[in-house]
Write a protein that binds this ligand. Structure first.
Ligand code: ZN
Length: 186
């Protein structure tokens, strides 16, 4: 497998609408395997084809592993999705705020409002039609990745222009909040 180069802003491919995948051939299978490896090496939870310089409707997603009560990783709790030609067919009215980053915007984080739950129709890596019901963190990752296929980035959807930070600034805010919370108990 080959690790692919990740495209970052301001590369214009990140702003292009992608075209559907029509051929589920060996070349596609190799590309998918390389995208999975690249996502894992970068500690990402999702990677869309434009992020490796291909303007096609393909994304790989791997939610973080679930943890038991003691915080240990539950074996085989990582769920890998290979999503081709996706379409969101339903969204919940309930919205949730959450913090997102993007491998194409390294070093930054921002707060984005997303649908709490969605339904998606897509094809798997062999072209078979699939239907998915997603919620919570997984639904958030899917919305982020499917946006990539439309040339949309999370920075277009910030809850406020102020809610965009460098990773360092965000960490400082988190620590300050912890300190402030700690005072009444001191
Ligand atoms: Zn992204």
């Amino acid at each position: 497998m080959t690790k692919l180069d990740i495209v970052t802003l301001p590369d214009p491919i990140l702003r292009q609408k992608t075209r559907p995948v029509t051929r589920f051939d060996d070349e596609l299978q190799t590309l998918i395997d390389n995208m999975i490896e690249t996502m894992r090496e970068a500690n990402g939870v999702g990677l869309a084809a434009p992020q490796i310089g291909r303007s096609i409707q393909l994304t790989v997603i791997e939610a973080l592993p679930k943890e038991d009560e003691e915080g240990n990783e539950i074996p085989d709790s990582r769920q890998l999705f290979v999503i081709v030609n996706p379409r969101i067919t339903w969204v919940s009215r309930e919205m949730v705020d959450g913090i997102e980053g993007c491998l194409s915007i390294p070093g930054y984080l921002g707060e984005v409002e997303r649908h709490q739950a969605i339904r998606v129709r897509a094809q798997n890596r062999h072209g078979k039609k699939i239907k998915l019901k997603l919620n919570g963190w997984t639904a958030r990752i899917f919305q982020h990745e499917i946006d990539h296929l439309q040339g949309i980035l999370y920075i277009d959807k910030l809850t406020s222009p102020d809610n965009f930070w460098t990773e360092e600034a965000f960490q400082e805010i988190q620590e300050k909040m912890k300190e402030e919370e700690a005072i009444p108990n001191a």
